[in-house]
Design a protein around this ligand. Sequence first.
Ligand code: NSS
Length: 434
Amino acid sequence: MVAEWKHIEDIMSEEYVGKRVCIRGWIYRKSVVGGKAFVRVRDSTGVIQVVVDREVLGDEIVKTLKDMGLEASVKTCGILVKQPRAPGGYEIHTDYFEIVGTSRDFPIKGNEGIEYLLDHRHLWLRSRRLTEIMKIKHTVLKAGRDYFIENNWWEVTPPILTASAVEGGATLFPVKYFDKTAYLSQSAQLYLEVLIYSLEKVWSLTPSFRAEKSRTRRHLAEYWHLEAEAAWYNMEDMMKVTAELVAYIVDKVLESNRRQLEFLGRKLDVLKRSREPNYPAIKYDEAISILQKKGVNIEWGDDLGADEERILTQEFETPFFITHFPKDIKSFYMKMDANDPRVVLGFDLLAPEGYGEIIGGSEREDNYEVLYQRIIEQGYDPSNYKWYLDLRKYGSVPHSGFGLGIERLVMWIAGLDHIRDAIPFPRYRGRIYP
Ligand code: NSS
C-alpha cells in the first residue's frame, strides 16, 4: 500500500477536512457499539478517534477490535471529518485498518499503585503525561546546549570513570576497574577545571552519579548534569551566566511547549516572570535570619535542607540565589571569602514554588597551599588530588563554575511533584529495573 503517513497533530485542522489521510500509532482507548468500533489512536503527537464501520470494512475487523487489547499498533487511512463530540474535534472515517502488532491484556489499566507502575516503566512511558514531560525535557536539553554554543563556550567530554571524590565520599559509587576500584563521576568539575587552562570557557553535559542513601522527591542516583567552568570569572560573573542560562531555557520552553505545559496543568505566571535573568540574591546569613524569624529551629552553620529551602522559596517569585555559605558545609574546592574567612564564595540557585536548589556553583580556590589545607581539613588524601593541585602550581588563575541538575530544572519547569518523572528510567536506592 502506498500511503503518505501523517502525524496526528498535523492533520487535526480544517485544511484536511474531507481529505483522505493515513496515520500510524497505537490504540489508546476503544469502544465497540453496534456495528462500529470507535478507536482512539495515539502517536507521538496526539490522539484522534478513528471510526471503523462494519458497513465499510466488514464484520471481521470490528470483531477483532472488540477483543484487541490497548496499545496494539495500527495503520489506518480514511476521510477526516469534523466531529465536535470527538476529542480534539475531528475523527477519521476509515476505509483501511491494519493491526500491525497485537496486544493482549495491557498491564496498565489506569488504577495501579506507584511501585507497580515503576515496575512497568517500560510500558508506562507511553502515557500522555510522561510523553509530554519528555518533550519538555528535550527543549530543556536543547536550550541548555544552545545557550553555551551561542555564547562561544567550548563543549568538552570529561570522564565518567574517576579515581576520587568531588562531592563527598559518602555518595560515591564504586566500580571494579581491572584490579583497582574506580568511582562513577559525581561531577565533571575537576576535569573541567583542567580544560579551562587551554580552552578558557568550557561546558559538558554528562550523567552524574550519587549513591544517595535516603529516598527523597528530588534525589536520583543517576542524573544529567550540565556543568560549566571559566577562567578569569569570579563568583558574580558566574552567577550572571547561570541566571541567563536558566532564563534562556525557561523562555524556550514557554515558546516551544505551551501545549505540554497546559496538558500538565502548569501555571505559567512564575515561569513568565523567570524569563528575565534578573534573579535576586541573598546571603546565607540572611537566609538563616529569615528562617529564624519564621520560627525554624536553625543556627548559623547548619546546612539548608529541602524543608528550609521550601520555606525560603515563599519569599521569591522567580529563581533566586543564596551565596556565602559557611565553609564547613561546602566542598573543599570553594574559595574562601577574603572579607570573611568563615564563608566561601559559593552560590546555589533555588527554584521558586517550593522546589529549591537547581544549581550549585562557586569561585574555586586557586592558591596551592590553601587548597592543600582544605583537602586535608575535609578528610581527603592530597595524594589523590595531585593532578588537581598541579593546576595551582602552573599558571593558576581565578576561575569559577557551576553544575545544573537537568531533572531538578525539568521538575520545576513542568511543575512535577517528584523527580523520578523527569527521567525515563529513574535510578535511586531500591530501583534499578527496568
Ligand atoms: O553537588 S552539587 O551541588 N555541585 C556539584 O556537583 C559541583 N561540583 C558542580 C560544579 O560546580 N561543576 O550538584 C550540582 C547540582 C545540584 O544543584 C542539583 O541540581 C543536582 O546537581 N544534583 C542532583 N540532581 C538529582 N539527584 C541528585 N542526587 C543530585 N545531586 C545533585
